[in-house]
Each structure stands twice: as C-alpha cells, then as structure tokens.
Design a protein around this ligand. Structure first.
Ligand code: ARG
Length: 260
C-alpha cells in the first residue's frame, strides 16, 4: 500500500514537471497584432543589462534599449529572458530565443553556431583587483587566482595569461560573483570588460584595474541570431542607420556617460 502511494505521488510529480516544461515561451510568437521577438540575455552586466537593486525586477540597460529601438522600427515587440551567459548560444540553437543581446563578442567559435550583426560597441579587457593587491602587470599575476565569467571570451584571455605566467583560473556564472570573490579574498583578480568594471569602480572604492590589451575591437559586442535567420540583415540595416543618424551615440551617452 505504502509503495503504491509513493508510486502514485512520483507519477503525479512527473506529470507536473512535464506540464511546467510545456508552458515555456516559444520564440517569435505573435501577441495581439504586434509580432514579438524573444531576446535572451545575461542580466548581470551593468550598464549593458541589469536589474536595479531595490527597484522593479525589470531588466534595463544599453542592450535592452538598443534591442527595443531596432525591433520597434521593424514592427516587433521585445520580451527579455534572463539566463546565465554560458547558456545564451544554446538558447538560439534550441529556438528559445530569436536573438541575443548581452555584450557578446563575435568569435569564430560562436560563429559556427550563430550569426552576428555588425559590432555596435567596442571594449577592452581589464584585470580587476583590490587596490592593495600589488597587481599592476601580467607578471604580478604569477601564482594568483584569477576569476572569469563562465563561457565568456575572458576565459580564453585567462588561458593566454596562463601561458605566460602560471595562474589558477576559476569561473563563475555571474559577474557580481566575481566581484564578491575578490572582496572575500578567494580570488586575487578577475578579468572583466572595461565598461562594466568601471561601473563597479564607482561603487566599490577598494577596486582598481589595468588594461590587458589595447585592441578595442577584441572585446566588441554584436547581436547574435539563429543561423541563417533573416533578422540578421534586417537588424544590421537598422543598426547602420542608427550609427549614421547619431541615435546609437545617444544611447551610448545615456548609458555609458558619453565615452567613445
Ligand atoms: N564580451 C564578452 C564575451 O562575449 C563578455 C560578455 C558578458 N556579457 C554578459 N552579459 N555577462 O564573452
């Protein structure tokens, strides 16, 4: 009898889980008379995409504004989906998202699985540490623990450093976790893009950083799409217009305070 009840409960739970999976949003659906596109992002990246603490749980930022501006010109509404950075490419492959805007850099490896728009913003890699860490150059990282975001191109940067001087590489899913690990002393440093790192420098006075490479294209951001999506060309066309008519620059000033 007891066994039968356990079996029954297990079966009911399985059905429940399956039902919950089935309600997952489908990308590119119609809502009302306006078409809707699903944007996937990793909302741990102020000022690109983040949730303001203490305010609503709405995801805001440069990327969200850019997505909404382009999409609305094309007659689409945007729904933003938050996930870990490491799952973004897969969300396009599985059709869970129509595009990804997440400060993502178009790398050769990613291009095997997704298509990219032109670059809309350029950035550099920064080695971030506590002001009293004594870390001023790559050599100073010798034997140190260096954090990077899982699935980011900063992982590759850390491996490059490791070829020059031996370091211990650690990864985390979210940027705030990297910051937290430096604060607590578990990490000596982390590799984070300049625009995002500078935001943390304003809040966290005990942090500093130095630039890892001076090629700003190296960490440039582009919009990612499903392979062969017809959205790529459409978005690119609008992006180009926004670059030419100053609209993109306006967004840069709004979110990055006028640099670049
Ligand atoms: N540009 C880097 C990359 O493509 C890091 C982007 C991280 N973005 C984020 N939303 N956390 O790997």
């Amino acid at each position: 009898m007891k066994k039968a009840i356990i079996l029954l409960v297990t079966m009911m739970m399985t059905v429940g889980i399956l039902a919950a999976c089935g309600t997952g949003e489908k990308a590119n659906k119609k809502s009302g008379d306006k078409k809707e596109l699903v944007m996937a992002t990793s909302a741990d990246y102020p000022p690109f995409e983040y949730v303001e603490t203490g305010k609503s749980d709405e995801i805001i930022g440069f990327d969200v504004d850019l997505a909404k501006t382009i999409a609305s010109k094309l007659g689409y509404k945007v729904t933003v989906k938050d996930m870990d950075f490491g799952g973004l490419v897969q969300s396009l492959k599985s059709g869970q998202a129509d595009f990804v805007l997440a400060g993502m850099t178009p790398t050769e490896k990613r291009k095997k699985n997704v298509d990219f728009s032109d670059i809309y913003y350029t950035a550099q890699h920064l080695v971030v540490s506590k002001k009293d860490s004594g870390i001023e150059t790559i050599e100073d990282l010798k034997g140190k623990t260096v954090g990077v975001q899982l699935g980011s191109i900063q992982e590759g940067k850390a491996e490059e450093i490791n070829k020059q001087v031996p370091i211990k590489i650690e990864n985390r899913n979210r940027i705030p976790d990297l910051i937290q690990e430096i604060k607590s002393g578990r990490f000596d440093a982390a590799i984070i893009e300049d625009t995002v790192a500078k935001g943390y420098f304003e809040k966290e006075k005990e942090f500093k950083g130095f630039t890892l490479s001076d090629d700003p294209e190296e960490a440039g951001s582009a919009i990612a799409f499903q392979k062969n999506s017809d959205l790529t060309a459409k978005f690119n066309k609008e992006l180009k217009k926004m670059k030419e008519n100053g609209e993109l620059q306006k967004l840069v000033v709004k979110w990055f305070g006028g640099e670049q």
